[in-house]
Design a binder for this molecule. Structure first.
Ligand SMILES: [Zn+2]
Length: 269
């Protein structure tokens, strides 16, 4: 082998090694919107967090509550600020029946990326004050409409002490047009610590989510699952226990939740 070839091979090797080391640094620039966000919750118990977006809505939300009660299930509702103002009694009822209300923006913009930082802060703040005035507490959980975010917005949201929670499995999917297929989709992919996305926000479009919820609860409780809220799930997350030396992550809600920066990226949209 000539020296020329040897030095060529060495150069290639150096480039390959360099690429391996710097790729994690480059990745966020290449367009991974969710870099630095945890994908999994580690729990030792069979628990699932059902989440309902876009409510409250009078034709759907009360029926979802009744189904949840039948299975002693608790859930998390990512509500839209202006809808909460329209149906304040419904928001109070959801909270009084043991569920958690979380922030899903004030106006539900189609593409949050088009908002500047100030507009994003307004979406968060206005909704938070509605949640606080109706329920007396905020858990600082945020889910962006359609899961759309970028690095800039993640910073704005985290600076407001919010944790971003997306979902592991969406029951609503174009491949699952019936409640039976929606439930089958969830049951097929579920594992302990899963976050499931459903909707209670539109009539008649979301009416099928009522029956899908019932089928999911029926099947998964048969498999020994329990249904918890997101704050409960976050408390159970083994990763949090390691990070916080067994401190209760809800004790000093704001700063701790900020430090945890827990969020979840969709695996089965
Ligand atoms: Zn939504």
């Amino acid at each position: 082998m000539t020296n020329k070839i040897k030095s060529f091979i060495i150069k290639i090797l150096v480039i390959v090694v360099l690429l391996i080391f710097i790729s994690p640094v480059l990745m966020p620039e290449i367009g991974l919107s969710y870099s630095g966000i945890d994908r999994d919750i580690q729990v030792s118990e069979k628990v699932v967090a059902l989440t309902f977006d876009d409510g409250p809505y009078p034709q759907v939300t009360p029926q979802i509550l009744d189904v949840l009660d039948q299975y002693h299930a608790r859930a998390t509702f990512f509500m839209i600020g202006e809808r909460m103002e329209q149906y304040p009694e419904m928001v109070k009822q959801v909270a009084n029946r043991g569920h958690v209300i979380a922030n899903h923006t004030y106006n539900h913009p189609d593409d949050l990326k088009k908002l500047n930082n100030k507009q994003m802060e307004n979406e968060l703040d206005k909704t938070e004050s509605v949640i606080l005035s109706l329920t007396g507490q905020s858990f600082y959980l945020f889910r962006p409409p359609r899961g759309i975010l970028n690095e800039r917005l993640i910073k704005v949201i985290n600076n407001k002490n919010y944790q971003i929670v997306l979902w592991g499995i969406s029951a609503d999917h174009h491949d699952a047009p019936t409640p039976e297929m929606m439930a089958a989709r969830v049951v097929k992919h579920v594992h302990p610590g899963e976050v499931v996305l459903l909707h209670d926000g539109r009539f008649p479009g979301r009416i099928k989510d009522i029956e899908a919820t019932r089928l999911i609860l029926q099947e998964l409780s048969g498999q020994g699952y329990r249904f918890v809220t997101l704050p409960e799930l976050i408390l159970m997350n083994e990763k949090n226990k390691v990070k916080d030396n067994n401190k209760n992550p809800l004790e000093k809600q704001k700063p701790l939740w900020h430090n945890l920066r827990y969020a979840m990226a969709p695996r089965y949209e």
